[in-house]
Design a protein around this ligand. Structure first.
Ligand code: GLV
Ligand code: MN
Ligand code: MN
Ligand code: MN
Length: 428
């Protein structure tokens, strides 16, 4: 095989799991909601503190640390052939409201530990090894998923959108970034783009966020493809009015239009012909939000995904048709139907898949080849470099809720897999 020339032996890999678990606990304390929940929103005070902590860990690991103007953080171990494209890894540390300690975190703290593991061997990497902490993988604040990696991968559309986008408090992206200490200006946004030859490969370590590995007792997942996500925001507007005085036939209730659309999302996802289609309404806001006032405005946010992009696009279109029909039927205005993103799926690189398979075999770990139904920064890194992902099992497949958990054993396996995969890629 092309990977037979091994740079290090698997038995020389030792993970400081106690230290890593302490770091996971410490990072989880930078949260805007009480333990055990974690809430860490882009450019909040807690996010700024967490970022400082990550940079300090990168520096302690002896990495040279660079931060771009929106706060993507890069820690590099410079290789003996420093001019060659680097082998990168990384993930995110932002956390959706009331979530857990592991989503994204394992791919950042675990990656820094993977570097420490390799530094404890006598490896001198040929290609540089780099850990990336991506800004805002989660769409919570500005509605844009994988914001940092999407921009790094050269999205002109995003660079443009970021000039105007605001959060729920009407704070612009640029103001929010500036308040977190990033002196970003509109003109700079495209300067963040990476070039296709900056990296030799990108590998992300992540919890599975689904139940398959745990159910089957398999310690490692090797991701072959990432499903195609889309998100949509919709606003309905009606006349509102007094909940006692306006009789039922004279109402045009924006809230009921939103409720009906939420049910239509469920139906379109379920009627697609495949269990791989999912649709979720995770945000539904009513205005003015008073028990005795008919909702005059409703805002909903829709997430729909599939491993098949065409089928996903059919569902997006059906949701649009339903929104138009419901607005007509209920006499409300469909004041916004905005497809925020409609991303294609990504395929892992065959070469990286086989490097990961070799690593699993060297470590005597069984593995499944599998699809990622969640999205990740890897979806966008795949646009500029060959990509691969390593999954570890998580308790009952729980994620995006506080019960999220993965065991120390799983973490050790994942960190070793990542270390060995990166070492092998760096020697190519
Ligand atoms: C990312 O967190 C996702 O929703 O897949
Ligand atoms: Mn997530
Ligand atoms: Mn994640
Ligand atoms: Mn994700």
């Amino acid at each position: 095989t092309p990977h037979s020339c091994l740079s290090i032996s698997p038995s020389s890999l030792s993970v400081d799991i106690q230290g890593l678990q302490r770091q996971i606990e410490e990072l989880s304390s930078f949260s805007d909601s009480p333990a055990p929940t974690v809430t860490r929103i882009l450019y909040s005070e807690k996010d700024v503190l967490a970022r400082r902590y990550i940079k300090s860990l990168m520096a302690q690991a002896g990495l040279s640390v660079r931060e771009d103007s929106i706060g993507n953080i890069f820690g590099r171990w410079i290789g003996t052939e420093a001019a060659l494209p680097a082998v990168a890894t990384g993930s995110h540390i932002d956390a959706i409201p009331y979530s857990g300690k592991y989503d994204g975190i394992i791919g950042v703290l675990g990656a820094i530990e993977a570097i420490n593991v390799l530094k404890r061997t006598d490896l001198q990497p040929k290609r540089s090894l780099e850990v990336i902490m991506f800004t805002s993988e989660e769409p919570t604040r500005f509605g844009i998923s994988c914001l940092g990696s999407r921009l790094l991968a050269g999205s002109e559309e995003l660079a443009h959108a970021l000039k105007q986008v605001v959060d729920g408090q009407n704070i612009t992206f640029l103001e929010a970034a500036q308040s977190a200490g990033y002196a970003i200006h509109q003109e700079d946004l495209t300067s963040i783009f990476l070039r296709k030859d900056d990296y030799f490969s990108f590998v992300e370590l992540h919890i599975e966020q689904g139940p398959i590995l745990e159910n089957e007792g398999v310690p490692i997942g090797i991701v072959t493809a990432i499903a195609a996500p889309a998100s949509i925001t919709v606003d309905f507007e009606g006349n509102g009015g007094h909940a006692g005085a306006v009789l039922m036939p004279s109402r045009n209730d924006a809230g009921l239009a939103a409720a009906e659309l939420a049910l239509a999302v469920e139906k379109h996802a379920m009627d697609s012909g495949s269990l791989d289609t999912v649709g979720t309404v995770g945000v539904l806001e009513l205005h003015p939000g008073a028990i005795n006032s008919i909702p005059s405005k409703a805002h909903i946010e829709i997430d729909t995904r599939d491993i098949d992009e065409e089928r996903r696009n059919i569902v997006v279109n059906e949701i649009h048709q339903s929104a138009i029909r419901i607005a007509e039927k209920r006499g409300v205005k469909l004041s916004k139907f905005k497809i925020v993103n409609q991303d294609p799926p990504a395929l892992s690189s065959n070469q990286i898949i086989s490097t990961m398979e070799d690593a699993a075999k060297q470590l005597n770990l069984s593995y499944n080849l599998m699809i990622s139904r969640a999205y990740h920064d890897s979806l966008f890194m795949a646009r500029i470099t060959p990509m691969g992902m390593i999954f570890i099992p998580c308790y009952k497949g729980y994620s995006h809720k506080p019960e999220e958990y993965t065991s120390p054993e799983n973490i050790v396996n994942g960190v070793k897999m990542l270390a060995l995969t990166m070492a092998n890629l760096s020697s190519e």
